[in-house]
Design a binder for this molecule. Sequence first.
Ligand code: KG4
Ligand code: ZN
Length: 362
Amino acid sequence: MKKHKMSKLPSRSRKVKILAIETSCDETAGAVLIGNPHSAKPDYRFLSSVVKSQIAIHKKTGGVVPEVAARAHMTSIMPVVNKTLVDAKAKLTDMDYIAVTSGPGLVVSLIVGTEFAKGLSMATGKPLLPTNHMEGHLYSAFSLHPEKIKFPVLSIIVSGGHTMLVLMRNYKDYKVIGSTVDDAAGEAFDKIARLLKLPYPGGPEISKLALRGKTDLNFPRPMMSAANYDFSFSGLKTAVLYYIDKKTKNGKVALYTQDKADIAMSFQNAVVDVLTTKALRACKQYKCKTVALSGGVAANRPLRESLSRVCQAEKINFIVPDFELCTDNAQMIALAAYFRLYNKGKAVLPARVKADPAWEIH
Ligand code: KG4
Ligand code: ZN
């Protein structure tokens, strides 16, 4: 077998271009970042970002069917990467690195992006940066207002598959100090949406409906007072389920629209309350100077407002990505790959990279 040779790495003073690819779940995405990984302070900007959503496809089944998602990635990946390069006014050969999400996520979805990126790396000799999806969310909060970042940072990552509190001492050292013991925050939003017969994806539908809520039903706040930074959302989901069963006489009568709105608002209030309370407590214990919110659920307006309010009261900086950068995209993957280089991390030969659905951060 012919030995793969990586092209020469750029000199220390030069800016590098990173092409990033993301296919870990149900968005096919590409982005190009230009930045200097050797500068004293992080120095980067984005040249393009393309996201091809599969929402219309998965709406029909009310959720993501992994094989259907993988097939859609296969159809979209080439046009998405092409458009990413065209929008960046660049060619593949202008890139210095190729970054790809290789975990965690749906294995069949991850394989499409990972194998595609390996092919590009093999064909061009460009070094590969396998990137962790959760690190992508973690660093996505730094995409705006880098001047507001003062360490230690308490990072709250709330997505469809994860809920984590991460303590960041600097751009490199981070430690997960709490996570969910059962359902993730986004997963809970999606499950409650299904109970209320709302379309997929449930999170944005719940927050839309919650705007019309009038009465807070005081759902439980599981683990809010526990002496740790872990979360549990499945108990909250069960409490909502029991409430709905009682109200509908076990499905014999339908819920009024106002009942649904009250349930959505009360559920959302409980999630926001638990996340805000525990994050603030962690912030105080670790004397954090910045709170960073990221992940799909970071698009939730009441959650953003609640954290922003408490941070303002406590004189802590608050950073959150733009709405469209909260849900999955490749800009966050490019940024995590940039920080890997900034933190003196190395690229990898394509033959050593494989999709790893269980690649967790610690
Ligand atoms: O980060 P993400 O795009 O994918 C994963 O890595 O999981 O997060 C998707 C999750 C879904 O559960 C979705 O319902 C939730 O984020 N989400 C929201 C909102 N927008 C998306 N949850 C609450 N409020 C929103 N506005
Ligand atoms: Zn995600």
